[in-house]
Design a protein around this ligand. Structure first.
Ligand SMILES: [Zn+2]
Length: 231
């Protein structure tokens, strides 16, 4: 008997196919702050997160970073490869430590050719991630930092499966594309409302429902799209 499969894309495959795929997958530990790809770099591996979380960041003028997408157990990192591009357009940064299943790029391309089921899963996830990235672009432009922070915390929570996670102000500034002081003010406001507790680089969600109320509409919108994939 196989152990339960944490990653939703892998779990959605027929067991026989999953078993074959497993021969090319290795379990790796991803550490907080680790960079999996830089923009313009060749993609050597694809990653299927189990309990880890990876941020996709776009760099502007080579030093300003902004999060455009977030990948957890519902997806995979390295999608361009499935579309025949072996170079990453984004920085992929581990923002939640944990494990992932990883596969060498050449093997992955070969497996897609062999498996229409895997190709189907990739197509579905591509659609969902594109929707997330599109929504994030609009969110970054129109919604206030406090509501975006609430959305971001909830999205993180859904992917790591915990109310308690590591976070620094600097990191959060990159995620939201705002300066440190803006992040501090937004975090304080949520703390005053007793929705979160923040101390020594750790965030704890105290009131999930309340935080949902504080988040912008993008959270529910993107969540519904994600949930719909394997419904
Ligand atoms: Zn928003």
């Amino acid at each position: 008997m196989l152990p339960s499969i944490a990653n939703s894309m892998l779990a959605a495959l027929p067991r026989k196919q999953y078993r074959r795929l497993l021969a090319g997958l290795e379990s790796v530990a991803l550490t907080f702050g680790e960079v999996l790809y830089e923009p313009g770099e060749r993609i050597r591996h694809v990653y299927f997160p189990n309990d880890s979380l990876v941020s996709l960041l776009t760099l502007v003028d080579n030093h300003l970073a902004l999060e455009v997408g977030m990948v957890g157990r519902e997806g995979m990192v390295g999608l361009p490869l499935a579309m025949g591009r072996d170079v990453s357009p984004v920085r992929a940064l581990v923002q939640g430590a944990g494990t992932a299943m990883r596969m060498k790029s050449a093997r992955f391309s070969e497996e897609i050719r062999k498996s229409p089921k895997l190709q189907g899963e990739i197509n579905r996830y591509t659609g969902v991630l594109m929707a997330q990235i599109t929504q994030t672009a609009a969110c970054n432009r129109f919604h206030v930092v406090e509501a975006r922070l609430a959305r971001w915390l909830l999205m993180t929570r859904d992917r790591v499966g915990s109310d308690d996670f590591r976070l620094t102000h600097e990191f959060l500034g990159h995620m939201l594309g705002v300066r440190r002081v803006g992040v501090t003010n937004a975090a304080r406001a949520l703390q005053r409302r007793k929705l979160i507790a923040y101390a020594r680089g750790r965030i704890r969600i105290l009131d999930r429902r309340g935080l949902e109320g504080a988040a912008c509409s993008c959270y529910a919108l993107v969540k519904d799209m994600h949930d719909g994939v394997h419904a």
